[in-house]
Design a protein. Structure first.
Length: 94
């Protein structure tokens, strides 16, 4: 059920989704599975204690290059625990 819904979103041009649910409900796993089925790359940031806005912007540049310039099919997987600064949400929203 849920994998099919995520897969359907991925197949749409410029498809995107906000997945909500309690922790441990499988959002990340289902998204990774749907991306694998659709032959998409998965890009996820790695938060370290030194991860700041500069690293965030570099990661955004990387994933946008993948999707735009390199024309790769890519899923940007960004979870709530990775929001180290409010600017992260503002950048994603804009």
């Amino acid at each position: 059920g849920h994998v099919c819904r995520i897969s359907r979103v991925l197949r749409q041009p410029s498809g995107n989704a906000l997945l909500l649910g309690v922790g441990g409900s499988g959002r990340q796993s289902l998204t990774r599975l749907a991306a694998f089925i659709a032959d998409f790359n998965v890009f996820q940031i790695e938060i370290t204690k030194n991860y700041r806005t500069i690293e965030w912007r570099e990661d955004l540049k990387t994933v946008l290059k993948m999707a735009g310039y390199e024309q790769q099919q890519v899923v940007f997987l960004f979870v709530d625990t990775q929001i180290a600064d409010e600017i992260f949400l503002e950048n994603v929203n804009n």
